[in-house]
Design a protein around this ligand. Sequence first.
Ligand code: DHB
Length: 454
Amino acid sequence: MSISLKFHEENYTIREISILDKHIKYRAFENIVYAGKPVDREHQSLSIFVPEWYYEEADGKEQLKKVPVFFPNTVGGYMPGLPEPPGPNRSGEPNASFYAILNGYVVVSPGARGRGLKDEKGAFIGNAPACIVDLKAAIRYLKHNRDQIPGDVDKIISNGTSAGGALSALLGTTGNHPDYEPYLEEIGAAEETDDVYAASCYCPITNLEHADMAYEWEFCGFDDYYWGEKSGVMSEEQKKLSAMEKLLFPSYLNSLKLVGDSGRQLTLKEDGNGSFKEYIAEYVLKSADRAAECGTDLEALTWLTMENGRPVGLDWDSFIKYRTRMKTAPAFDDVHLATPENELFGSSDTERRHFTSFSLKHSAVSGKMADEVQIRQMNPMNYIQDPIAKKAKYFRIRHGAADRDTSLAISAILTAGLRNEGFSVDYHLPWGVPHAGDYDPEELFNWIKTVCKK
Ligand code: DHB
C-alpha cells in the first residue's frame, strides 16, 4: 500500500535564528516523505522552509505563488543526505538556505539515499541511481502539490556541491527522461514531471566514466600526490596506468565535437595539447585576472606572465604543478575498488564495482562491471543532446582553480557541452578556491535573481 503524497500545510513550526548580524524567521514543514513506497523514509523525506513574513502580510499567500524554490541537496561523497534547515554551516557562517530565506525564497531541502545504505536484510539500497531518483521524486512531490506548496514549482533552482553538484547537473539535464521512470515507479513517486528551472553546480564530481582519463590528461607526469595523511608518490604501476589513461583522453574529447566561446573547435592532439587546453587556460587566466582586480597579489607566481599588474599568460605545466595532484591513478575507478565511486556503482548484493572498461581490464581484485544503464544514468553528458530530456534553461558551474578532486577538464566539458546546445552557463574557476561550495552566497543569489526574472 502506498502512503499519501498529500502536503499538509497545517503541520509546521515557526523558528527564528540569528547568525552574525543576520536574523531570519521562518515556517518549517519538516520531514515529509516524498515517495509513496519509500524504502528508506528517513532519507526519502524533504523539508520546506518559508520566510514567515509571507504569512504575516494580507496578500502573502498570493505572493508566495510567484516565489522561486531554492532546492539544495545535501549529498556529499555520494553518501546519503538528510534535509537540512537554514542555519550555520560547518564554519559557523550562514548556510545557503539561510541566505535563501533572507532573500525571500522558499527553501526545499531534500534528503536522498546514497552509497553504503543497507536495508534490514543487508541489501544495498543506496547505489546508483538511487540518489538522483530520490531527488527527482522530491521534485515530483512538489509538483504534485503545486496548489498547496508554498513557492512556484515552475521555478525550482537546484543547488549542490561535489557529488551534490553532479546531482544538481543531472537534475538540470535529465528532466522527465524515461531512463529513470522504472526506478521512480518502484518507489511510488508522484506521476508528475521532474524538470527544474535552473541548476547551480559547485565542483561537480561528474562524467565519472571519463574522469580518470581527464585526471591523467591533467596530472600525468606529476607523480607526487597530496591528500592530507594519504600523501605520497605514485607506484611504478600507478605511473603506468596514468600514462595509459592520459592517452585515452584526446579521442574522447575530440568525439564530443565541442565548440568554444569564440566558435573555435575544441580539440586535442594525441600529445594532449590543443585548443581545448587553451580554452581551460583562458578560464584560469580570467580567474587570475578577477583575483588581481580584487587586490590579490599574484607577483610571486612566476608562471603567470604579468603586464601592468594583470595576468596575460600562463605556463600550463607550472600551473598544474602548483595545483598538485590529489588522487593516484586511476583516480575514480580504482583498480582496487577503493573509491566512493566504486561503491556508488555497486548493486544490491555487490558493494563495489568498476565502471570503466579500462579499470575492469586492469582490476587488481577481479572486480565486476556496473550495469551499463546505471553508468549512463549518472552522467549528464549523456542527456545534453537528448531531446527527450527536458533541460534547465540556466546553469551556474563553479570549479575552484585550486580544486583537484577532479580535473578542470570535467567542468569545462560540461560547460561547453551545455552551451553548444544553447543553454546558458555561468562558468567560473574562482581563484584559490579548493574543493568547496556555497562560498559566494551573494553572487549565487544575484544569479538566481537574474535568471528568475527572465
Ligand atoms: C566528493 C569528493 C570526491 O573527491 C569524490 O571523488 C566524490 C565525491 C564529494 O566531496 O562529494
